[in-house]
Design a binder for this molecule. Structure first.
Ligand SMILES: Nc1ncnc2c1ncn2[C@@H]1O[C@H](COP(=O)(O)OP(=O)(O)OP(=O)(O)O)[C@@H](O)[C@H]1O
Ligand SMILES: [Mg+2]
Length: 288
């Protein structure tokens, strides 16, 4: 159930950033279109940390800020607000999660590049126009862009301070792929890691719906993001995920673990899509 909104148009959660329009709500907070110093526009994500175990790998956000790619939504800046809404000194918060929780931060604010809408929103538009999903040629363009961004992240050459490493996005889904101009860009990369403690306590069907089996087992690997992208493709093209929408959370987890995604020959209409998801599933479960 949607939480009541904590912010309103005209609020300035961070000095110089004024909220203009509500964009959406995820499991951990609100996203707003905002004006930034210099009259530019950004997306502000406000994550409520109250009652959580604390912000893990705080430094991960700092590192992610250095990652740049045409098809990645850039992370511009971030702040921690205390319970009275005052900006805390980020320098004093570096270190383990305990250091963060001891100063009782309640809100993480992230300023990032602004997309015009998510692919999930675009799917809803297409379905309202009586289409099954996003038209093929348009969707392929977005998928190519997203795949390019994920390939870049997944290549083991990012220096985050401990030698070159691959970055796994960890939460690829239609809500995290945004339309920018006539292409697409992936957002929220690195966030799954930075706020890992939050996600572990609130695994939801939404996130689990796209989850690769190895990620469900706590061991995401080089094919994890591809698997999620394949599942996203199926949903965006056909309007449905490749399993029964009435399944329980555990049922969905079992479908991923056992690789029993719907196959051609049952009731669905666009089977080339499901077949590709099934292939991705096999690949992820049994990499070559
Ligand atoms: N940078 C952005 N530009 C434009 N819209 C955005 C941006 N980031 C998020 N949104 C919109 O806000 C919505 C909420 O985003 P948020 O990341 O909080 O949650 P989510 O991705 O839907 O789910 P989860 O809580 O599991 O991450 C998104 O679905 C998207 O429509
Ligand atoms: Mg998101």
């Amino acid at each position: 159930m949607a939480q009541p909104r904590r912010y309103a148009v005209g609020d300035t959660p961070v000095p110089g950033y004024c909220l203009l329009e509500f964009l959406g709500q995820g499991n951990f907070g609100e996203v707003w279109k905002a004006t930034a110093p210099g009259q530019t526009e950004v997306a502000l994500k406000l994550i409520d940390l109250t009652g959580q175990a604390g912000l893990r790998e705080f430094a991960a956000l700092e590192k992610m800020r250095r990652i740049r790619h045409t098809n990645l939504i850039p992370l511009h800046a971030y702040w921690i607000l205390d319970e009275d809404g005052h900006v805390l000194d980020v320098e004093s918060l570096r270190g383990p999660a305990t250091a963060v929780t001891s100063s009782r931060p309640v809100t993480l604010v992230i300023a990032m590049g602004l997309g015009s809408k998510s692919l999930f929103d675009r799917l809803a538009e297409c379905r309202a126009d009586d289409n099954l999903g996003i038209p093929h040629s348009e969707l392929l363009r977005y998928m190519e862009d997203a795949a390019r961004a994920l390939d870049y992240l997944n290549r083991p050459y990012h220096d985050l301070g401990e030698g070159p490493v691959a970055i796994i996005h960890g939460d690829v889904k239609p809500q995290n792929i945004l339309i920018v101009g006539d292409g697409a860009a992936v957002c929220d990369f690195g966030l799954a890691r930075a706020v890992d403690s939050l996600r572990k306590t609130t695994a939801t069907p939404v996130t689990v719906a796209y989850a690769a089996p190895e990620a469900l087992n706590g061991k995401p690997g080089p094919f994890t993001d591809q698997y999620c992208l394949a599942l996203s493709y199926v949903e965006l093209r056909t309007g449905e995920l490749p399993f029964d929408s009435a399944l329980s959370l555990l049922g969905v987890i079992n479908v991923h673990r056992e690789g029993t995604l719907d196959r051609p020959g049952t009731t669905r209409s666009n089977w080339s899509c499901s077949a590709s998801a099934a292939s991705a599933s096999r690949l992820a479960r049994d990499p070559p």
